[in-house]
Write a protein that binds this ligand. Structure first.
Ligand code: ZN
Length: 280
């Protein structure tokens, strides 16, 4: 086997681990004596892994994956009939991958097709894709864990007799001191706590109790986690999410780099309303 044979017929499938045992033996024999092709194989693998990271083929829904492979087959057979008619009858997407000379082009074409197919697939879906698990957000998880804990038992550890007293206590601790008024929405201030997160950051928890559910306001210095994309609703700088069965309102506070996270079991619509009223 020479370099051209290796590059044209083996390189891409080799990088994919798709060579038969016999082909693999031949390929390895060539690589043992050819530094150039060894380098190409490394590049090919790096490129493929980069592409994989961006597309995550395996995470694709089966139907979409099939559409993609069909599209690749169609693209390849058009190309085959245009160039050489006597091509071997292989699955076209495998053939495509094996044509080393096409790789950068094939990658570009693949990405274009993936995105086209993804768009078509999404527009075909009538229901929103609730099935896909939400991306976990560490900040939201902190707020939700605290809400669950305080649902079982809550005792303020800073002066909480009034909103003004609580606000002053937070200010003394150099924490954001805005206290929500959810009174018109049926929630009463139950009090506040000053605690530390596992990593030592200070956090305040302010609990508002309703007839059935509570709203917890959690604040701490932003640890660098970005809020998830695509909030279900946005109200000026407040972003609302449905997250793990909870309603969450995320706000990055303008000064001091704090985040404010409201978490509750009430519906998202109800939370949006409560925030709207409180901001009036
Ligand atoms: Zn070579």
């Amino acid at each position: 086997m020479n370099c051209i044979e290796y590059i044209e017929n083996f390189l891409s499938a080799h990088a994919d681990g798709e060579l038969s045992p016999g082909e693999l033996r031949d390929a390895e024999q060539h690589l043992r004596q050819c530094l150039g092709c060894r380098g190409r194989l490394d590049d090919e693998r790096a490129l493929k892994s980069l592409v994989r990271q961006h597309i995550e083929m395996r995470a694709m829904p089966a139907a979409m994956r099939q559409q993609l492979l069909d599209a690749l087959d169609r693209a390849a057979s058009e190309d085959e009939s245009a160039s050489d008619a006597g091509a071997p009858a292989q699955p076209a997407h495998r053939l495509l991958k094996r044509r080393a000379a096409w790789v950068p082009l094939a990658v570009a074409a693949m990405l274009a097709i993936v995105f086209a197919v993804a768009r078509r697939f999404e527009s075909n879906q009538s229901a929103p894709t609730e099935a896909s698990a939400p991306v976990r957000n560490p900040d939201f998880d902190i707020a939700i864990a605290a809400l669950d804990r305080f649902q079982r038992g809550f005792a303020p550890n800073v002066p909480s007799d009034s909103a003004a007293a609580l606000s002053a206590a937070y200010a003394r601790a150099k924490m954001p001191d805005f206290i929500w008024n959810f009174g018109a929405s049926g929630f009463k201030l139950a009090g506040g706590r000053l605690e530390k997160l596992d990593d030592g950051r200070k956090a305040t928890y302010t609990l508002y109790r309703g007839a059935q559910n509570s709203i917890l306001c959690t604040r701490f210095r932003n640890g660098g986690a970005a809020p998830p994309a695509n909030p279900a609703k946005t109200l000026s700088n407040h972003r609302f999410y449905r997250y793990r069965g909870y309603s969450v309102c995320y706000t990055r506070l303008p000064d001091g780099g704090f985040v404010c996270i409201l978490a509750s079991r009430i519906s998202l619509d109800r939370m949006v309303q409560a925030v709207k009223i409180a901001l009036k």
